[in-house]
Design a protein around this ligand. Structure first.
Ligand code: PLP
Length: 393
């Protein structure tokens, strides 16, 4: 039986490929350090586990409404009002099986064949694939390192065609950790309004910011922008809940209704128990990320300083998320490799350090290192990378 054309052309995830190779080496007995992880290395806080236990014991183990239970929707509305100054109604919010599936469903309900979605690069690996799965065409716009990996209004405007349907903004960004400020968002927003583009604002790293910069949602900048934006968020990163699969989308009622209809025929609903855990996450401790942020901040500074000390590696200091995205062009050249991909493969083979090549994120010159692992491992990883670079000079 042939696999459908739609799925046959999916690009396999580079992150997963590296993780699989690292696992293979680990199984062979090697001491491998994995810096590929896209999830916090913390356990879900106890008060959330308790809420899940209580939900199970109290019979919350049945189907729920496709768009999520009313209490969780209310907790999400409260969160939007508290953190983002955004007022939504229950009909403007859908709870989904992770933010990933919120995005997947969104593309399914807004795109027709040939519609274009503008994706600034470096991008999160799933955006282009999800757009293609919905019949759309990803239009990649290079957010230059000189511009802190952010696209300019001019770049946005020149990328728009009669087929453009939407723009994706991911701030703080995976993989770069960069953030758009209010003024930059306003300028991009004005263009989206002028051309009638939907703005998809992926704010999953909102709570993981390590500077004084304030997270701004483009939807909060004006009522017009709110009407033209779908905000995507979830609890995977903010509450160390990657395995629970709870995300959500908020935006125009018509879009949310279509997504809910789609959910009713695909997932039925996100897991009931996880939904009740998510209510506790948002309602019982409004900022349980303080500790996690403290630990991530220390790791970021330490790893950043250690990388600065490696010849041929330069790095913009990220503001949020939990990745560093250095440029390795010089090191790759000086070490005699022809591409970052090759350099990364040799690093894994020789020094047993797994990092992700930027090619998977649309950035050929960069590498992604996740600091969602212990300080000890980070220090050891940096030591090995330096040894590798010096050895190949
Ligand atoms: N968006 C970005 C930018 C991400 O990095 C991720 C996870 O890695 C997601 C969305 C999806 O998160 P989840 O589906 O776990 O809620």
């Amino acid at each position: 039986m042939d696999i459908s054309n739609r799925v046959k052309t999916l690009t396999p995830s580079t992150t997963l490929a590296i993780t699989a190779k690292a696992k293979e080496l680990k199984n062979e007995g090697y001491d491998v350090i994995g810096l590929g992880a896209g999830e916090p290395d913390f356990n879900t806080p106890n008060y959330i586990l308790e809420a899940a236990k209580n939900a199970m014991m109290n019979g919350m183990t049945k189907y729920t409404p496709a768009g999520g239970v009313a209490e969780l929707k209310q907790a999400i509305l409260n969160k939007f009002s508290r953190d983002n100054n955004l007022i939504y109604t229950p009909n403007e919010v859908i709870v989904t099986t992770g933010a990933k599936h919120a995005l997947y469903s969104l593309f399914q309900v807004i795109l027709n064949d040939g519609d274009e979605v503008i994706i600034p690069s470096p991008y999160w690996v799933s955006y282009p694939e999800q757009v293609k799965l919905a019949g759309g065409n990803p239009v990649i716009v290079d957010a230059l390192e000189e511009n802190k990996f952010k696209i300019t209004p001019e770049q946005l405007e020149t990328s728009i065609t009669k087929n453009t349907k939407a723009l994706i903004i991911n701030s703080p960004s995976n993989p770069t950790g960069m953030m758009y400020d209010e003024d930059e968002l306003k300028r991009l927003g004005e263009i989206c309004l002028e051309y009638g583009l939907l703005i998809i604002s992926d704010e999953i790293y909102e709570k993981l910011i390590y500077t004084d910069d304030q997270h701004v949602s483009i939807a909060q900048l004006s009522p017009e922008l709110k009407e033209q934006t779908v905000v995507i968020n979830g609890l995977s990163k903010s509450h160390a809940m990657t395995g629970w699969r709870i995300g959500y989308a908020a935006g125009p009622e018509k879009i949310i209704k279509a997504m809910t209809n789609l959910a009713s025929h695909s997932t039925s609903n996100p897991t009931s128990i996880a939904q009740y855990a998510a209510i506790a996450a948002y309602e019982e401790d409004v900022d349980s990320t303080i500790e996690m942020r403290k630990v991530f901040t220390e790791r970021l500074h330490t790893l950043y300083d250690l990388l600065e000390d490696i010849p041929g590696i330069t790095c913009l200091k990220p503001k949020g998320a939990f990745y560093l995205f250095p440029n390795a062009t010089e090191a790759v050249k000086n070490n005699g490799f022809s591409s970052v991909d090759e350099w990364v493969a040799a690093l894994l083979a020789e020094e047993k350090v797994a990092i992700v090549p930027g090619s998977g994120f649309g950035a050929q010159n960069n590498i992604r290192l996740s600091y969602a692992t212990s300080m000890e491992q980070l220090v050891e990883a940096a030591k090995r990378i330096k040894r590798f670079v010096l050895h190949h000079q």
